[in-house]
Structure formats: structure tokens, C-alpha cells
Design a protein around this ligand. Sequence first.
Ligand SMILES: [Zn+2]
Length: 395
Amino acid sequence: MPTKRNTRPNETQPDRLWHDRLRYFEERLETLVETIREFVQIESPSDNKLAGDRMGTLLAGRFETLGGRARVHRAEEFADHLQIDFPGRERTKPVLLLGHFDTVYPMGTLANMPCHIAGGRLHGPGVLDMKSGIALMLSAVEALQAWHSGLPRPVTVLLVSDEEVGSGSSRKITEALARESAAVLVLEPAAGTQGAVKTARKGVGDYTLTVHGVAAHAGLDPGKGHSAILELAQQINAVSKFSDLKKGISVNAGVIRGGTRTNVIAAEATAEIDVRIKNAKQAAMLDRKFRSLKPFDKHCKLSIEGGVNRLPMERNTGVIALYKKAQSIAKQIDWKLEEAAVGGGSDGNFTAGIGIPTLDGMGGVGQGAHAVHEHISISDLPRRALLLAGMIESA
Ligand SMILES: [Zn+2]
């Protein structure tokens, strides 16, 4: 009699395993949606410590129920940042699940923007950015514990309270925990309605270019004036040539001001310029270019302020390797997972910036982050949870 073959599905029928796992999340979808609703209904604007701490305390309790050990990093101006550590069976480095529980919506927003379901979508302030992402963390950890009778590897969760206002008080904690981790998975919203993960984010900066000219009466003394406006026009033309779209550099003079009256040759004119870059080297290169601008009219003076304030999250080999893993997990359930490069920044810029493999956009799928129509697609949630669980196992 032939011995019964070992039918552990991950060895013989990988597709079947992943489809079973997907069904696991589908069967628990209602609970997941309830959890997200609960989180959305606790308002937690970045600038309200009391409200944020209420949210943080509730979250700590939820993660502790799953066996995590919660600790807080005190913050004075913002809610305390929350760290939860889960032990794992293998003694590998943890995966860092990164997110934030602050939102851009002031207290009272729920009155006009209630949390509700319509047409398969869950609406509400912060539902996409990124309370659904936090609920996905809970789901994935719970599932892995059920599948493996305990987490296969250690997991660290960091939920900060000041991401929407620049992460000034949490950045150091984020970077320190990232350094101890094998990889960072950022639960910010996915890109687009197809749910692409984010493998690159541009760096962002701004410059202010001011021209000081020489005023004169436009009718009586036209030869004595040196127009700041004319000079600025030429400078704008010059800086716009710093753009190199093929290399991912864009330079945009988005605001100009100058002059006082039509009959006066302008003494002063200013341009505010947004810059986007694709890699760190470009920041220094652009800065050199801005600082070495010379006036076309020698009687005009230039002053330059500003610089790049958030370095890019680059699509380096570590990021690509994580994306490939994510893609192969998605493929198991016949899902073609796309990647996207986006113009804005997140805390993923920090962790990628110090060289830790980072995959961003692992959270909910939806539209309207920071807007009145913010929502997530409910039917996308099971496969997002599946992807996260799979990435915690293999990242
Ligand atoms: Zn966010």
C-alpha cells in the first residue's frame, strides 16, 4: 500500500494554498470592515494630542490582544507614537510594518463626512489614508498566527501620529526601527484603482528666487531703470532648462510676483519654484545650479533661498526584490500586481533613504485621500490582507 503523500499544500499545490488563504480573508471580510469603521469613527487629527492618544490607546489594546507587546514613544506636541513588537519562531530580523494613525481632518469632520458604505465602498475621513492600512496589519498578523500556530518571524509595528505634518517628531524612531529590520512594508494607500504598490517616490523641494533691480520712471527716465521683472523673466527661462523629464527632474516656477505700477520699472520680482527629483545626487546637482545663477543685467542682484527637503525613495535593488516577491505572491491568485512611481513623499522616503528595502502602497485601494470623497473599495481588502501576510512571511 503506497504511503500517503505529504499533502502540505505549500509543497504540492501552491495555487490551492493561496486560494484557500484568500478565502480565509473573504470569510472574515465583515469583521475587517467593522474594525476599519471603528477606527474611522475615532477622529485623530495630527494637531490634537488628546484625540490622537485616544486612538493610540485603542490600537495598542487591539495589537496586545494578538499577543504583541506595546510601548509608546512620548511626544509632547502630538499623540504618543506607538510601537508593537511581536516575537516570531525564527530568529531572523523583524519586518517593520509602518503606518500612521493621524489624519488631515479636524475634529468634527465626521458630522459632515460620516463613515458609511455605499456601492461597495467604505467612506470616511482617513479611511484610505490610512486607517484601513492599520486594520490590514491586524488581519495579516492574526491570519499568520492561525496558519502557523504563531508568527513565523518577528514583526515590529510602528504607528506614528505626525505623518501628515511632516513626521518631525517620529522620523528618528522610524529610522532607528528600520535599521533593525530586514524590510519595511508601508501601509500607505495603494496607487490607482488597480491597487499598484509604490516602488518609487520623488524627492521634493522648493526655491524662492528674488531679483532686486533698480526702479525708475518708465516715461521720464527709462534708461536709468533696471527691471527686476525683465531679469526674472530671463531667470525663469534659465531655471526651466534645469528640468530633465527623462531623468525625472522637473522644475516649475509656479508663482511669480513683482512690480508696483505699470509706469514704474520694477525694483523687485520673485518666483517660487517647485522641484522634483528622482535620486539623491540630483538634489546636490540642482542646488549647485540654483546657487550659481548669475544676473543677465549686471545692475540686478539675485537672492536664492530653499532646497530639497525630502529625498526620493529610489527604486533600488532592495525595493525591486521586494516588489518581485509581492508580484509572485499576487500571481498565486491570478492577480497581476503593478508597481507605480509617485510624485509625493511618505515615511517610506526615510527608510528607503537609509538603505533599508522598502515597499510602499501596501494599504487600502481607493480614491480621495485628504478629500471629501475619501473611500476604499471593500472587495479589494481580502487580497490586500493576503499580500501583506505573504510579504511578512517572505520579506
Ligand atoms: Zn498617509
